[in-house]
Write a protein that binds this ligand. Structure first.
Ligand code: PLP
Length: 237
């Protein structure tokens, strides 16, 4: 690990924090309302270490096995890291998520919710969960429609080992700000109405490297940023 790489991730993180602050200021929000999740999928533990040194403690992973290995590698860290599972979840992998992660952003089926609830170790805090909404991406099989949210929310709210914290979305890629904003605003509307029924709901997970300012303008409380922190991902290996 050379010094230049070290400072690159620290500098990137600083720039992302500044962009969060300036996006928040534009819509008169406080930057403290927005949690930065560092998406470390495909990146080595050394990159995570650099981010930790720069003050980052919340990380997002997409692949169960890779994520579990990283959770284990940093399990003795103080203060503890907070691990978010943000990838598609198959039921045969639910136990690993229930046992290792603090959050799951991609809940979109009753069956998986039931499994996570049963498999969550009883000596741990409830698994913090978000319902994934398929807000605009017709190609994607992940996420439920807005119309299906109230029923799944009610089912999850009755499960003692899950804590429903809000909603998550990965909209279809749009390059212009106004189109991004219009989609994110539909999520905010659904989030606000869900909050009326469930007072513990406080998390709207939306915004990635290419659409973060629009997500913040629409009301995101958690942005999931990979590329802008860790650089482009290499899937060729
Ligand atoms: C990869 C990924 C991200 C991060 O995307 P970037 O464009 O690299 O910031 C965020 N959320 C999810 C669900 C992802 O899979």
């Amino acid at each position: 690990m050379n010094q230049r790489q070290h400072s690159a991730i620290a500098e990137n993180l600083q720039q992302v924090r500044e962009r969060i602050a300036s996006s928040a200021a534009l819509c008169e929000r406080s930057p403290e309302e927005i949690t930065l999740l560092a998406v470390s999928k495909t990146k080595p533990a050394s990159a995570i270490e650099e981010a930790i040194t720069a003050g980052q403690l919340a990380f997002g992973e997409n692949y169960v096995q890779e994520g579990v290995e990283k959770v284990a590698a940093f399990s003795n860290h103080q203060p503890p890291l907070v691990w978010h599972f943000i990838g598609p979840l198959q039921s045969n992998k639910s136990r690993l998520v229930a046992e290792n992660f603090d959050w799951c952003h991609t809940l979109d089926r009753l069956k998986i919710a039931q499994r996570l609830n049963e498999q969550r170790p009883k000596d741990k805090a409830p698994l913090q969960v978000l319902i994934q909404v398929n807000i605009s991406d017709e190609q994607s099989k992940s996420g439920i429609s807005l119309a299906e949210v109230p029923q799944l929310a009610a089912d999850i709210a009755a499960m003692p080992h899950l804590m429903l914290r809000g909603l998550m979305a990965i909209p279809a890629a749009e390059t212009d700000y106004d189109s991004q904003l219009a989609v994110f605003r539909q999520m905010t509307e659904a989030f606000n109405s869900l909050k009326l029924s469930y007072p513990q709901i406080d998390t709207l997970s939306m915004g990635m490297t290419d659409d973060m300012p629009a997500a913040i303008a629409a009301g995101s409380t958690m942005v999931r940023i990979g590329t802008a922190i860790f650089g482009a991902r290499d899937y060729s290996a």
